[in-house]
Design a protein around this ligand. Sequence first.
Ligand code: 5AD
Ligand code: FES
Length: 347
Amino acid sequence: MNIIEELKSNKNLSDEQFKLLLETDTYKEDLFKQADIVRQQVYGKDVYLRGLIEFTNYCKNGCYYCGINCTNKNIKRYRLTKDEILQCCKDGYALGYRTFVLQGGEDPFFTDDIICDIVSAIRQNYKDCAITLSIGEKSKESYLAYFKAGANRFLLRHETANEEHYKKLHPESLSLKNRKQCLFNLKEIGYQVGSGFMVGSPYQTIENIIEDFRFLQELKPDMIGIGPFIPAQNTKFEKFEHGKLNLTLKIISILRLLFPYALIPSTTALGTIDPQGRELGLKSGANVVMPNLSPTKYRNLYTLYDDKICTNEEAAECRGCLERRVSLAGYKVVTDIGNPKTAMYNL
Ligand code: 5AD
Ligand code: FES
């Protein structure tokens, strides 16, 4: 059995074998091909849409890589009102979105009561939609309250599964232990959980990436978000290089073979480092795209990293643009809630 077949059937490899896939391109073409075969066995050519609403760029944390971290005094901060958020959902629904992702920094202004109020309002208006939160680390009680208000998915990338590496990316106030605990709490409550990491973040080693695979195998997330690190102005890491396209694509393919049923986005960050990045992501095994639904006037303020694409486009433009790009890549955007497929298949 060759290494790709082994990965496909065992959903596992030794560290040495993973290294071979990550460090060389010997098996790359076969890797992409097999990942696409598995993706099509489970999800066909369908690509799910997630409407991203970036509702606040205030954040109390100081993650060294992130452009909206609290130490950055050079950016203008904004918050959307409840009405503005609801308007984004209304526009998004009309454009065929059946998942709304509320993403923001860890902003103390949005108390649990406020979040619950917003989530309930969306839930009441859109019973056939998924509500995804991406608002960082909270207590289990808070996560439960949002869930009861109607949220059903949560995105929280673990960022890196290695303690030492985690410390190099974050200030002391943040810990990998707590982040992992948050992820397990979310699963216990019943959320569909998304995790993931940046590719090529400062000080990341190949061994770290293998640890990320192993952590994800333990967590068993429904969604896995992977994108290249891209430096952000006015951060500690502004002078570092961005993560590489080739490595990111290989990681997407490996993840598809490890997790045949996972929902894997082809991220905006991937589209930022290469004009064909998102299309290539889809061809390597990704099956989700997350166009922006945020009002254009705030978009250029949600600067997690530099040169982010789509900051001048309206929601409808991104929707149309992605539809074209996805179909040129050989896939099809669908209007569907896009839940993970599981028990029906036995891969
Ligand atoms: N480059 C790429 N991705 C980033 N993120 C934050 N900052 C950057 C950056 N500079 C990612 C993190 C976070 C997600 C919302 O965005 O992985 O979890
Ligand atoms: Fe926004 Fe192409 S997806 S313009």
